[in-house]
Design a protein around this ligand. Structure first.
Ligand SMILES: [Zn+2]
Length: 129
């Protein structure tokens, strides 16, 4: 649990160096502040899956790589146009501000969870076509 809750403005000024795209940066702050960054912790193994709740679907992120399942990551980041998509940015902000929402699961739920997440990610692709 965070000891001190920062205001959105404090967050924004602290992380301003992360993005030179104001629109993307604002979205990332909103997502981090709004509790959209979630850590799904599976026990007892302790493996974690991170997602960011988006406007039309949850996106799967892997902050270690970093990787995101969204289209702007695929076209923008891999195409070297931008450094991060806003989901990864929101994760970084949330992580450093103790704003990541932890949700605990049993290891037995892992396959079901991943199946649902994958279908959610794929569904959002179909909608955009
Ligand atoms: Zn993304």
């Amino acid at each position: 649990m965070p000891k001190t809750i920062e205001s959105k403005e404090q967050l924004a000024s602290r992380f301003a160096q992360y993005s030179n795209d104001q629109g993307q940066f604002k979205k990332a702050i909103e997502a981090a502040f709004g509790g959209c960054v979630k850590r799904h912790l599976f026990l007892p193994s302790g493996r974690s899956i991170y997602t960011v709740v988006g406007s039309n679907a949850d996106e799967f992120i892997d902050p270690e790589k970093p990787f995101c399942s969204c289209e702007s990551y695929f076209y923008g980041v891999l195409g070297a146009k931008v450094k991060y998509c806003y989901h990864i940015l929101s994760y970084k902000i949330a992580d450093e501000s103790s704003l990541v929402q932890e949700v605990r699961f049993d290891d037995e739920e892992y396959d079901t969870f991943m199946g649902l997440l994958a279908s959610d990610v794929l569904k959002s692709r179909d909608l955009k076509k």
